[in-house]
Design a protein around this ligand. Structure first.
Ligand SMILES: *Cc1c(COP(=O)(O)O)cnc(C)c1O
Length: 379
């Protein structure tokens, strides 16, 4: 009998994707900001209380738009975590900024807010935070720093759909927030993203930069009688096909999340004994965070153990995965880094392991993964 295979991630239709795609195809309205895009933005804003949102082709594009709106220029300094995806950093490198990386907390990959303040200089303009796995950063502390030093705050909320800090949804805290709807995220349209505009003074310019530097958005609302080139810009619109799939997914977000949370809890309970015995470390959620079960991870004692555990799981048909490689040590950046040791980020680089997690993963399969991990440690 062939071994059952448990993939790491699996996407699929959860609602009316096919119906909406068919409707989109036959309507002939395929370009951005059509009826599906407007429905997604309206639903997104209504569900999560965001003042405004703009669909983008990806979270990367949303972050690039955010970097333009923040008016980051040559030599400006941007503070951001090292343990993250390259898209958190690239938009600012593209603007000529100097990146100043911050370490993770010791027990969680999120930025160590205690270390931010002494990295601030007169050139610091922007702070970018990432809520890893949809678990909120310490927003009390971070907002206090942002206010005291008059920084521009951008939330890379790629993991964060439907997750909260206390009673407020993530993505609502920064001047701008960026979401991802990539295939690997909880809610997906293959490639896709959204820029959340919380500081409404930025909205007018956001619309222009997103529309190739033109005031086309205002023209289509009938506010002006012709549109033209009024600023620099680029193309940051998602197509209606993306929006059609996204609308169907977003309509089912509660259902998807409740399944993911049940899986997450099952892993947490199943692996609790191993964590208590000190063989692995499991994430502890801060009391302010209500998460969305984007990631379930454990931390091994060493890279060598993680490599053996990965191979053990693979041999049993279970696809676990490590995650980011610290950006300050990357081939692209290590020569530019200022030499500070970021030991927690490096430890998560070497020792963090993510377990399979997607809405259709059965709890019996979760139990099989848990047993395989217990078997590895206790033989
Ligand atoms: C996935 C991800 C991105 C990029 O998202 P895309 O939509 O693929 O551009 C950015 N930041 C983080 C933290 C991510 O996990």
């Amino acid at each position: 009998m062939p071994l059952p295979i448990t993939p790491f991630n699996l996407s699929g239709a959860v609602g009316r994707e096919l119906e909406y795609l068919t409707r989109c195809l036959s309507s002939g309205q395929w370009a951005g900001d059509g009826p599906f895009s407007r429905s997604v933005q309206a639903l997104f804003e209504k569900k999560f209380g965001f003042p405004r949102s703009l669909l983008t082709p990806s979270c990367t594009a949303a972050l690039e738009l955010a970097a333009l709106l923040a008016e980051v220029g040559d030599g400006d300094e941007v503070i951001l975590p090292s343990y993250t995806f390259v898209s958190t950093a690239n938009p600012f490198i593209l603007r000529g900024a100097k990146l100043v990386f911050v370490d993770s907390q010791s027990r969680h990959p999120n930025i160590d807010a205690e270390q931010i303040e002494h990295l601030i200089t007169p050139r610091t303009r922007v702070l970018v935070i990432v809520h890893y796995g949809g678990v909120a950063c310490d927003m009390d502390k971070i907002l206090e720093i942002v206010r005291r030093h008059n920084l521009f705050l951008i939330e890379d909320a790629a993991h964060c759909i439907d997750a909260k800090f206390r009673d407020r949804f993530l993505g609502a805290f920064g001047h701008l927030g960026a979401f991802s709807f990539h295939n690997t995220k909880n809610i997906s349209c293959g490639e896709g993203g959204a820029l959340v505009v919380n500081d409404m003074t930025l909205l007018h310019r956001a619309e222009i930069l997103r529309e190739k530097g033109t005031n086309r958005a205002a023209f289509f609302r009938g506010e002006i009688d012709k549109y033209g080139w009024v600023d620099f810009g680029s193309s940051f619109l998602a197509s209606e096909f993306q929006a059609a799939v996204l609308l169907a997914q977003l309509e089912q977000v509660e259902e998807v999340q409740s399944k993911r949370v049940a899986i997450w809890e099952r892993y947490r309970q199943g692996l609790d004994g191993l964590a208590r015995s000190g063989r692995i470390i499991l994430p502890e959620l801060p009391i302010w965070a209500s998460q969305n079960a984007h990631v379930f991870f454990l931390v091994t004692e060493s890279l060598e153990t993680r490599t053996r555990l990965l191979a053990h799981l693979k041999a049993l048909g279970i696809a676990a995965a490590f995650h980011y490689q610290s950006l300050h040590r990357s081939p692209f950046f290590r020569e530019r880094h200022d030499g500070r040791s970021l030991a927690n980020a490096d430890r998560f680089t070497d020792c963090l392991l993510r377990l399979p997690l997607y809405a259709t993963l059965g709890l019996d399969e979760v139990d099989r993964v848990v047993e395989a991990i217990i078997g590895f440690y206790l033989g």
